[in-house]
Design a protein around this ligand. Structure first.
Ligand code: F6R
Length: 241
């Protein structure tokens, strides 16, 4: 694991974008693994900027998102599809046929199977990740098998509490999601993980310095050969070195 501690969210976003821009410049048909939530927002701003400056084009890029809430239609204001459209897709020249986000409504077992097949056929060149305060990556909650593939997952109480900030009230937060499994995430050729703020410090410490355990899903990344961890000083505050 390569770890970089940077001062601000903006610097982190710029640094993460550099990795993505490099990948797209080397391969205009790159396959990107994308995430939602607060962590990647600055990355997406920088990618939109790079597109506006004509440094990169997304015309032939394919994307695969980590997850989607169950029982939330893609047009719902809090769906991850809406999030991606608002923060990235509507601002760039991507072909929407090349955008892949699992649907949260329909025959969920079939959706998982199909998404997993597509992931196997489309190995990601680079994957962006955030991390939950409980150490989850995508919605692989503590206790998820390291061998897990795309699945329907029950969100942990801590995750529901953390995500309440995006909804009017806790009761509105979905309790299930469709998520790439840990095994799918590990297939990506390169991984960039972003974390900022004190509430991530404990998960970051366990991910980097703790023993590898399914109780801290992000600890699986200790096994990946190309991981870049971008954190601010608060998220790094519990690290020994
Ligand atoms: C989002 C996802 C989640 C988030 C994590 C951190 O697609 O899969 O694992 O990355 O919950 O969320 P933020 O960035 O909002 O702190």
């Amino acid at each position: 694991m390569k770890i970089e501690i940077l001062k601000t969210k903006e610097e982190i976003g710029k640094r993460a974008a550099k990795e993505f821009i490099d990948v797209i410049q080397k391969n205009p048909e790159a396959i990107l693994g994308l995430a939602t939530g607060s962590s990647p927002i600055e990355l997406y701003k920088n990618l939109v900027q790079a597109y506006s400056n004509e440094e990169i084009s997304f015309k032939n890029v394919k994307t695969f998102n980590l997850d989607e809430y169950v029982n939330i239609d893609k047009n719902h204001p809090q769906s991850y599809f809406t999030f991606m459209n608002q923060n990235l897709f509507s601002e760039i020249d991507i072909n929407m046929n090349n955008v892949n986000i699992p649907a949260g409504v329909g025959n969920l077992e079939e959706i998982c199977k199909d998404y997993n097949k597509k992931l196997e056929e489309n190995v990601r060149d680079i994957q962006i990740l955030g991390i939950g305060t409980n150490g989850h990556i995508a919605f692989n909650e503590p206790g998820t098998k390291f061998t897990q593939i795309t699945h329907i997952t029950q969100l942990a109480e801590q995750t529901i509490n953390d995500n309440t900030r995006f909804f009017d009230k806790k009761e509105d937060v979905p309790t299930q999601a469709i998520s790439m499994g840990l095994s799918n995430i590990m297939d990506s050729k390169k991984i960039v993980l972003i974390a900022t703020g004190k509430n991530k410090a404990s998960a970051i410490k366990q991910m980097i310095e703790g023993k590898q355990t399914e109780e801290l899903p992000a600890s699986i990344l200790q096994n990946h050969k190309d991981v870049l961890i971008l954190i601010d000083e608060e998220a790094a505050s519990k690290l020994k070195n």
